[in-house]
Design a protein around this ligand. Structure first.
Ligand SMILES: Nc1nc2c(c(=O)[nH]1)N[C@H]1C(S)=C(S)[C@@H](COP(=O)(O)OP(=O)(O)OC[C@H]3O[C@@H](n4cnc5c(N)ncnc54)[C@H](O)[C@@H]3O)O[C@H]1N2
Ligand code: MOO
Length: 404
C-alpha cells in the first residue's frame, strides 16, 4: 500500500490542461488563464484629478488667501480644451483630465467662491496634489495577469479596464463519471429489495462542477465485465474517467480487473487511507482513470484528497487541498492503525477564538447522515497514539472551497 501523499503525487504527475479556448470576458468567471493578459491601453490615459475641486498651478497657492480667476470646467469625459491661463483655476471633477499647465488639484472644501467668477484658496497645495498620473494603474503592453490565474471578479475588472474583450483560457476538463454495481438505482426510481440508491454520483457531479470541470454522465455499469468495458469505451474523449465502486477485491469488483483486461497501465490499487483503502489509478491508453471505492463516505473523502486536486491540475490551477489547522480535541480517540485516517467531526470556535473539534459517532464509511453533519475531518497520521480531551489534533475544514 502506498501513502496518501505518494498516491496524490502519482496522480498529479501526468495531469495538465488538454486545450485552450478564447472566451468573451463575461464568460470567463472562474476560468484559468492560458496566456498572460497584456494591457491594450494605458490607465489612466492622461493625468486625472482624484478629487472634485480646482486645477491650479501649485505655485499660485503659496501665499495665503490667493484669489484665482475661474477659466473653465473639466468634467470626466469632457476635459478643458487648451492650457490653463496664468493666475487662473479650472473647475475640475473626479476622473477629469488635468488641463495643460496645471500641476495640482485643490479640493473644493479648501476653497471659497468669491462670487465674481473667482475663487479664494484657503490652503497651499504641493505640486502633484490630488493627481492620478497617466499610467498609474498600467501602461499599454504591461502584463496585468499571469498564466494560471483563476479568474475572480477582481481579475475580470482589471481585464475589462485593460480593454481586453477576448481572453485565452484553458478548456474545462471533461470528467467522465461512471458508477458500477448491480444494486444501484437512481434517486426516485422504483426500489427492489436489495437496491441501493446511487448517492455518490450527484455529490461528485456537484463537486466536479464546483472545481471547474464539465461532467460527462455515463450510464450505471452492471457488475459484468462486458458492461463495464462498454461503459468505459463510452468515456473516450474524457480528460479523466472516475469510476465509483468495484474497486475492492470481491468477485464482482471489476474495475482493477477491467484495467488489466484493457492492458491499462495500473499505477496503484490500494492506498494506506481510512476510509478509502481500495482506490485505483492508472491510464487506459491515454485516458487517466481514477477508481473510487463504493462506500459513499470513502468515495467522497477520496474525492476531496485526490479528485479535487486532479481536476485543478487538468484545469491549469495549482492543486488545492483544504489547509490543515490545529484544534483541541473535545472527546477521545483510540490509537490509529497503519492507515492515515480522516474522521468525521464538528469544529467550532469558542468565545476567545480557540478552535475545538468533536469526533462524530458511527464512524462507518457507509453512514452518510453523520457525514452530512460534519464540517471538518480530523486527520490522524498512521500509528498516531490515543488522544484525550484537549489534546491538539489536526483538522481539515469541509468548506465551500473544497467542493465536498
Ligand atoms: N475482503 C475485502 N473486502 C473489502 C475490502 C478489503 O480490503 N478486503 N475493503 C473494504 C473497503 S475499505 C471498502 S471502502 C469497500 C470498497 O468496495 P468497492 O469499491 O469494491 O465498492 P462496492 O463493493 O462496489 O461497494 C461497496 C458498498 O458501497 C455501495 N455503493 C457502491 N456504489 C455506490 C454508489 N454509487 N452510491 C451509493 N452506494 C454505493 C455498495 O452498495 C456497497 O454497499 O470494500 C470493502 N471490502
Ligand atoms: O474505504 Mo473503506 O472505508 O476504508 O470502508
Amino acid at each position: 500500500m502506498i501513502s496518501v501523499e505518494e498516491a496524490r503525487r502519482t496522480i498529479l504527475e501526468g495531469l495538465a490542461p488538454q486545450g485552450r479556448e478564447s472566451l468573451m470576458l463575461m464568460a470567463c468567471y472562474d476560468r484559468v488563464l492560458a496566456a498572460p493578459v497584456l494591457a491594450r491601453r494605458t490607465q489612466p490615459p492622461a493625468d486625472f484629478s482624484a478629487m472634485d475641486g480646482y486645477a491650479i498651478r501649485a505655485a499660485d497657492s503659496t501665499s495665503p488667501h490667493q484669489k484665482l480667476k475661474l477659466a473653465g470646467v473639466s468634467r470626466a469625459g469632457a476635459g478643458f480644451d487648451g492650457p490653463l491661463p496664468a493666475r487662473s483655476a479650472i473647475r475640475i471633477f473626479t476622473g477629469a483630465a488635468l488641463p495643460d499647465g496645471a500641476d495640482a488639484v485643490i479640493m473644493q472644501e479648501q476653497t471659497e467662491s468669491s462670487g465674481d467668477q473667482h475663487i479664494i484658496l484657503h490652503k497651499s497645495v504641493q505640486t502633484g496634489a490630488n493627481i492620478r498620473r497617466k499610467g498609474l494603474d498600467f501602461t499599454i503592453g504591461d502584463p496585468v495577469l499571469e498564466v494560471g490565474t483563476s479568474l475572480s471578479p477582481r481579475h475580470l475588472a482589471v481585464i475589462a479596464a485593460a480593454n481586453v474583450p477576448w481572453v485565452e483560457v484553458y478548456r474545462k476538463p471533461r470528467i467522465g463519471l461512471l458508477s458500477t454495481g448491480d444494486e444501484l438505482v437512481q434517486t426516485g426510481e422504483t426500489l427492489g429489495k436489495d437496491a441501493i440508491i446511487d448517492s455518490i454520483s450527484p455529490a461528485l457531479s456537484a463537486m466536479i462542477i464546483a472545481r471547474g470541470g464539465d461532467v460527462v454522465h455515463l450510464p450505471i455499469a452492471r457488475d459484468q465485465p462486458d458492461q463495464l468495458a462498454a461503459a468505459i469505451a463510452m468515456a473516450r474523449g474524457c480528460d479523466l474517467l472516475v469510476t465509483v465502486g468495484g474497486a475492492s477485491v470481491g468477485d464482482y469488483d471489476l474495475v482493477a480487473q477491467a484495467m488489466q483486461d484493457e492492458k491499462a497501465n495500473l499505477a496503484f490499487w490500494k492506498v494506506a487511507l481510512k476510509p478509502g483503502k481500495p482506490i485505483v489509478f492508472g491510464r487506459l491508453r491515454d485516458m487517466p482513470l481514477l477508481g473510487l471505492p463504493g462506500n459513499p463516505v470513502s468515495a467522497l473523502v477520496c474525492a476531496l484528497l485526490f479528485l479535487g486536486p486532479a481536476i485543478d491540475a487538468l484545469a491549469g490551477r495549482a492543486p488545492r487541498l483544504p489547509h490543515p489547522q490545529a484544534a483541541r480535541l473535545a472527546g477521545s480517540l483510540a490509537a490509529n492503525g497503519p492507515r492515515e485516517a480522516y474522521l468525521r467531526a464538528v469544529f467550532w470556535l469558542d468565545a476567545e477564538g480557540h478552535a475545538h473539534v468533536k469526533p462524530l459517532p458511527k464512524d462507518d464509511s457507509s453512514v452518510l447522515s453523520i457525514f452530512a453533519q460534519a464540517n471538518a475531518l480530523i486527520l490522524r497520521p498512521p500509528h498516531a497514539p490515543k488522544a484525550e480531551t484537549d489534546d491538539p489534533v489536526t483538522i481539515l475544514l469541509l468548506d465551500q472551497h473544497c467542493g465536498i
